[in-house]
Ligand binder design. Structure first.
Ligand SMILES: NC(=O)c1ccc[n+]([C@@H]2O[C@H](COP(=O)([O-])OP(=O)(O)OC[C@H]3O[C@@H](n4cnc5c(N)ncnc54)[C@H](O)[C@@H]3O)[C@@H](O)[C@H]2O)c1
Length: 358
C-alpha cells in the first residue's frame, strides 16, 4: 500500500493532536513537523523522531509530501493552503479556512482548480452523537424541524492571538461556526438571514465581543438561536479543558442543544451525564402534551469523541479514494459565508444580514 506522506504545519494545542492521531494511522507516514516555536518543535521532533522545520515552505518544496495538516494561527491558513495545493498537496485545514471571505473563496477555488482534496475540520458533523441525532431526524421520528437552539458557555480563548480579529477572524469564525455548520447539516437547510447581538466585550485581551446571541432564519421556516459566551467558565491556566474536572457544574461550563420538530424534540446534554433525551407528543386539542420517549446514554464515550470525533479517518479515506470528504469545500464555504454575515450583523447592532453567496 502506498502511504500518504504528510506534514503538520502548526503544532500547538490542536495541531499536535492531529499530528499524533494521523501518525497512528497505518496508511500515513507523517515525517515532518513545522512550527515557528522552536522549543516546541524540538520537543515534538525528538519525541516522535521526525524532521522539524520552522518554515512551512520547506514542506511546500518537498515533493515527497503529498498532504498537509494546517493548524497554525488562522491568518496563516490561506497562504499555506494555497501554496500547498498549487504544489500538488491535499490539505486538512483547521477551521476557519481564513479570517476574510475573499481569502476563503480563493482557497476553495484553488482546491477545485488544482483538483486537490481540501477538508475543513468541522468535526461536529461526523462525531458520534451528531451522527445519531441526524439518524433520528432522518428517520422522521421528530417530524419536520421547526427550530434549533444551542447554548455554549465557556472560558476565554488562549493563547491571546485567538482574541484578535485580524489573526483569528472573530468569535463567530473561531467558535460559533461549529454550531452554525452543525445546524445547517442537521436540518439540511441553509441560513437565509442572520441577526446577531453582541454586547460590549468584557475580556481585556480580546478586540472583538466575547459574547454573541444570534438568531438564524433558515430554509423551511426554521428559526435557530445560538448563545456563545466566553465569560462564564473556569479554565485551567493553559486554557484547555480537562474532561470531567472542568465540566463540573460549579465551574460554569455549559454546552447543550435542542432540535424541535413537529412530532417531537431532542435535547442533547453531553456534559454531566452525557445523555440524549428524545421527546414525543401525544393527545389532541387541550389534551396535547409532550412526553419523554427515551433517554440514550453516551456516558461510556468520552466527551471529545461524542462531539469532537475524528474526521482524520475520513480525510485519509478521501485521499485514498480520490474524493471529497463529507464536507465539500463549497459546503464549508457556505458555513463561512454565514459566519461573516453574523460578524457583520453583530458589528451593526443586530441588523438582519443575508449571507453573501456567489
Ligand atoms: N476544530 C476545533 O474544535 C478547534 C479547536 C481548537 C483550535 N482549532 C483551530 O486550530 C488552529 C490552531 O489552534 P490552537 O488552539 O492549536 O492554537 P495554538 O496557538 O496552540 O497553536 C498554533 C500553533 O501554530 C504555530 N504557528 C503560527 N504561525 C505559524 C506558521 N506561519 N508556521 C508554522 N507554525 C505556525 C504557533 O507557534 C503555534 O504552535 C486554529 O486554526 C484554531 O481555530 C480548532
Amino acid at each position: 500500500m502506498q502511504k500518504i506522506r504528510m506534514a503538520a504545519v502548526g503544532c500547538g494545542q490542536a495541531g499536535y493532536g492531529h499530528l499524533e492521531t494521523f501518525m497512528a494511522q497505518p496508511e500515513v507516514s507523517l515525517t515532518v513537523a513545522v512550527d515557528i516555536d522552536e522549543k516546541r518543535l524540538e520537543e515534538i521532533s525528538k519525541k516522535h523522531n521526525i524532521d522539524a522545520s520552522t518554515d512551512y515552505r520547506d514542506v511546500i518544496k518537498d515533493d515527497g509530501i503529498n498532504a498537509v495538516i494546517i493548524a497554525s494561527s488562522n491568518e496563516t491558513h490561506p497562504g499555506i493552503a494555497i501554496e500547498a495545493m498549487k504544489a500538488g498537496k491535499h490539505v486538512f485545514c483547521e477551521k476557519p479556512i481564513a479570517p476574510t471571505l475573499e481569502e476563503c473563496r480563493e482557497v476553495v477555488s484553488i482546491a477545485r482548480k488544482h483538483q486537490r482534496i481540501f477538508h475543513t475540520h468541522f468535526e461536529l458533523r461526523h462525531s458520534v452523537v451528531p451522527v445519531r441525532i441526524k439518524e433520528i431526524i432522518d428517520s422522521g421520528e421528530i417530524g419536520q424541524i421547526r427550530s434549533m437552539n444551542l447554548v455554549h458557555y465557556r472560558g476565554p480563548f488562549r493563547p491571546a492571538w485567538k482574541g484578535q480579529r485580524k489573526l483569528s477572524g472573530g468569535l463567530t469564525l473561531m467558535e460559533t461556526c461549529h454550531a452554525i455548520d452543525l445546524f445547517r447539516h442537521l436540518s439540511g437547510c441553509d441560513v437565509e438571514e442572520v441577526f446577531s447581538f453582541a454586547p460590549p466585550r468584557v475580556i481585556p485581551y480580546y478586540d472583538y465581543p466575547d459574547t454573541e446571541y444570534l438568531v438564524l432564519r433558515m430554509g423551511n421556516g426554521i428559526v435557530s438561536h445560538i448563545t456563545s459566551c466566553h465569560t462564564r467558565s473556569v479554565t485551567d491556566k493553559e486554557g484547555g479543558f480537562k474532561d470531567d474536572e472542568c465540566y463540573e457544574e460549579q465551574y460554569g461550563h455549559q454546552y447543550e442543544y435542542s432540535i424541535l420538530g413537529t412530532k417531537g424534540s431532542l435535547r442533547y446534554k453531553p456534559l454531566r451525564g452525557s445523555r440524549l433525551f428524545v421527546y414525543g407528543f401525544e393527545g389532541e386539542g387541550e389534551g396535547w402534551d409532550c412526553v419523554l420517549r427515551r433517554t440514550e446514554d453516551f456516558s461510556h464515550i468520552s466527551y471529545n469523541e461524542q462531539i469532537h470525533g475524528s474526521d482524520r479517518r475520513e480525510f485519509i479515506d478521501a485521499v485514498m479514494e480520490g474524493r471529497d470528504t463529507y464536507i465539500t469545500p463549497e459546503d464549508s464555504l457556505r458555513t463561512h459565508e454565514v459566519c461573516f454575515a453574523v460578524e457583520e450583523s453583530g458589528d451593526s447592532g443586530g441588523r438582519g444580514i443575508v449571507p453573501d453567496r456567489l
